[in-house]
Design a binder for this molecule. Structure first.
Ligand SMILES: CC(C)(COP(=O)(O)OP(=O)(O)OC[C@H]1O[C@@H](n2cnc3c(N)ncnc32)[C@H](O)[C@@H]1OP(=O)(O)O)[C@@H](O)C(=O)NCCC(=O)NCCS
Length: 149
């Protein structure tokens, strides 16, 4: 196993096998949501997609995380989404590696970002432990959603 972390600059740079590997990861994350390639393409266009690749021996994408940018009238922040590691690779520091890659990316973003935000269901025990271990603090705010479809 030799894990490297990289950014995907454009959807068109991904090979069909890699798109299929990302699709598998997203199914792990949200089994009920169908994979829509155009959605992934839009996410890459507006955000920064980190992939973790096992270079030895397969060159397979075995983890991912997405950094998006949110600019309001008063501040700019980064939003982390879609963090997932393939089940066979969990517990080996790869989730932490993806998060550290995204945090470094956010720190180096040309426009100053005030903070990084994310949310995670309480039932995602490993993810909540990961985020807390990295210094993310639980915010005291109500989180609302209005479904449009
Ligand atoms: C959350 C997830 C990405 C973590 O990836 P991972 O590669 O297994 O995590 P790491 O090995 O880097 O572990 C990093 C930290 O996460 C926490 N963690 C990982 N596995 C854990 C477990 N089984 N129990 C408790 N904490 C755990 C620990 O704090 C750990 O740090 P430590 O090893 O210093 O104790 C992975 O479990 C996953 O893909 N889960 C399903 C998808 C998901 O829930 N994504 C988050 C959506 S918000």
């Amino acid at each position: 196993m030799k894990i490297t972390y990289a950014s995907v600059i454009a959807f068109s740079n991904l090979k069909p096998a890699q798109i299929s590997q990302i699709s598998d990861l997203l199914r792990e994350l949200s089994p009920q949501r169908p994979f829509v390639p155009e959605q992934l393409s839009t996410a890459i266009m507006f955000g920064s997609l980190c992939i973790a690749v096992d270079e030895d021996p397969s060159n397979k994408i075995i983890g991912m995380g997405l950094l998006l940018f949110r600019h309001t009238a008063t501040h700019s922040s980064g939003l982390i989404e879609d963090v997932v590691v393939s089940p066979a690779y969990r517990g080996k520091g790869i989730g932490k590696g993806i998060m550290n890659y995204l945090i470094a990316k956010a720190r180096g973003f040309p426009r100053h970002l005030d903070a990084l935000e994310l949310s995670s269901r309480p039932s995602r025990i490993e993810a909540n432990a990961l985020y807390r271990a990295l210094g993310f603090e639980l915010r005291d705010t109500n989180c609302y959603r209005l479904k449009l479809h």
